[in-house]
Write a protein that binds this ligand. Sequence first.
Ligand SMILES: [Zn+2]
Length: 487
Amino acid sequence: MNRLLPPLLLLSCLLLSACATNPVSGRQNFVMMSTDKEVRTGAQMHPQIVQQYGLYNNQALQKYVDRVGQELARVSHRPELNYRFTLLDSPVINAFALPGGYIYITRGLLIYLNSVDQLAAVLGHELGHVTARHSVQQQAAAGAANIGYTIGSILVPGLGSAGVSDLFNVVSTGILRGYGRDHELEADRLGAIYLARAGYEPEAMIDVIRVLKDQDSFAAERAKAEGREHQGYHGLFSTHPDNDDRLHNVVGTAAALAEAGPRKGLDKSFLSRLDGLVFGDSSHQGIRRNNSFYHKSLDIRVQFPDQWTLENSAKQLTARAPEGSAVMIMLSDTRPENLTPLQYITNTMKLKPLAGHQSLDIKNSPGASIQTKIPSRSGIQVGRVSVRYLGETAYIFLGVPKDQNQLSTYDSEFLEAARSLRRLTPAEAKLAAPLQVHLITANSHTRISQLAEGSAITNYPEAQLRLLNQLYPDREPVPGQTLKIIR
Ligand SMILES: [Zn+2]
């Protein structure tokens, strides 16, 4: 699975060449950092991860994820590290590890799992990357490959760390790249061993890879139906088919360590823990529907251009034009008392208009917008900055084309998005409520297509229900089976 490696870390690890012994292979590896350095690096990055994704606000579920992870860590090759397993509040399907024992799973991945063994498989795989010190090795490689790569972070005073965010550097570079086939296989092998040692089913490793592969098939179907090109969604899939002989070998070897017994399969007590889990966007981070963004507690709605994709994090909303040719980010700040929106741009953000400014005053909401040069880590980027005040909040919109000469192509879209900000209508307030998992028991008449008709899922409800219950692409539940539905 992917891991997240912020750019600062990339640069800093170019300077590292401490010797350390690989705890799994026992060999010396010159690219490794010391355990101390690993732990410090993880501890330094952890707050940034939490800030970017947000913690899922459910103590019982957080504790449960950590407990399962700790059981595996205890029987791992590096039991002495201080591990922390965290459930992130993101609809994105992901799990990753930082150096030093920080391991993450998103609720977006958790919701597709159906047994505690599968959860243990995800955590065990990431744990394998940590115990084999893959992240550290990969960092050096990724760093070398990324020398000279342009990092499009915006550095604007007054926006704090929220403004320091990658614009064009998210998925396509080494930053979120997988580890490569050998490392993935090794993580699976180690994960399977830890599963066996801790009393879980090593075969769950294969189940999880199937879950991810089904997601990829669904994404491909969907892209085809919508006339888009399917971009390999998870680095893991290209390197890691579930019919991989080597994978079955390593899992089989681990399974031989485990006590013989029938496979447990679906796990009702695990599923009951997922009752109420948020599906898709959560209301406190805002809900995306088509290309609109609704935020209930802020009481706002914003419309972004068709075909753009929206990514939501705890701190900001990012909209990307097709092929990443332009990016818009939306942030919020407390409305300053004595500054107009234009003064906010020029005084607080310290940005100067290239030409004049445009008023964005709309009813009781003052606003201003300028074309400007935005300082970023890679130099100056030409773009548009708009600020709108609504209630007690200042909303900041930064729009930047990837090609500096293309501002005129995207300029009206940058402006339109800033103009579209307004209060929710009563009907939209309903849209701004999150969807959640509920559990039902299938009987002999239960069909997924029927459940899909009454589902609150707007896009592809039948496929989604099958994915959630591991019945993709066309299986039906057996009578008595506990099913996740979405309401
Ligand atoms: Zn992995």
